[in-house]
Design a protein around this ligand. Sequence first.
Ligand SMILES: C[S@@+](CC[C@H](N)C(=O)[O-])C[C@H]1O[C@@H](n2cnc3c(N)ncnc32)[C@H](O)[C@@H]1O
Length: 252
Amino acid sequence: MHWSLKNYLKRHSKDPAVRRRAMNKFFERRLRPHGLHLYKGHLNWALSGELNALHATWGDVPGVPADRCAFLHAVGRIARERALDGDTAECGVRYGKSTFFLLSALASPDKPHHIFDSFEGLSAIGARDRPAGETKRWQAGDIAVGEDVTRGNLAAFSNCVFHKGWIPERFPDVADRRFALVHIDVDLYQPTRDALEFFYPRMVPGGMILCDDYGFASCPGATQAFDDFFADKPEFILPIPTGQCWVEKRGG
Ligand SMILES: C[S@@+](CC[C@H](N)C(=O)[O-])C[C@H]1O[C@@H](n2cnc3c(N)ncnc32)[C@H](O)[C@@H]1O
């Protein structure tokens, strides 16, 4: 069967959100099985045997797209090289794809990786979370995935510690821990802000905070949470062209 992205998109609505999902699906089903080089063949990461092998292992389970996986994997490697003290953590894992790429690079099975997710989808959508002019894109409870499914997807990583619940309810579980790397991907203002308030003082010097959502017009709340929180802090937010961002804790 002949496929082209144009024909594929023709079958779908003109709604930009539906078209974006269609493009993601097209990539996942039609391009990625043949290797990342068909997606971004001019970029070294797309030619990486290691990344291609990880995508083949992960398969078609939805999650963050390949460019953001490449970034997570690269930061995971840096964290491994730096061998900082401290645990790692994620807020918002859904099926666990970001976790899979991070932990594959970190390769530190003795260090706990704390996972915070409602496993009941998004929490209440606030006024700050609506992109200008959009009223219906997100609803509380969207993108829910059961904890058992994610546990199954991450079964190879025995260091995952699951803290199911609404952020920040389960943060006290790790109140006495220090952190080397924290990845935040909850899409919304309040849980992003809560995560920053909790983890920032617990980051070791040189520790890294990443956000999947910072540069997305569709996630204005996450952008605002970072901008508000770091407005009076010495750290810079480094926006990544994939939409992610990186902050490195000063001090030490
Ligand atoms: C965009 S998904 C995460 C995607 C994931 N990082 C990946 O690799 O595909 C957002 C996740 O945040 C969770 N979430 C959203 N709001 C939350 C809240 N207030 N408390 C806990 N989890 C929340 C959702 O259940 C969902 O699993």
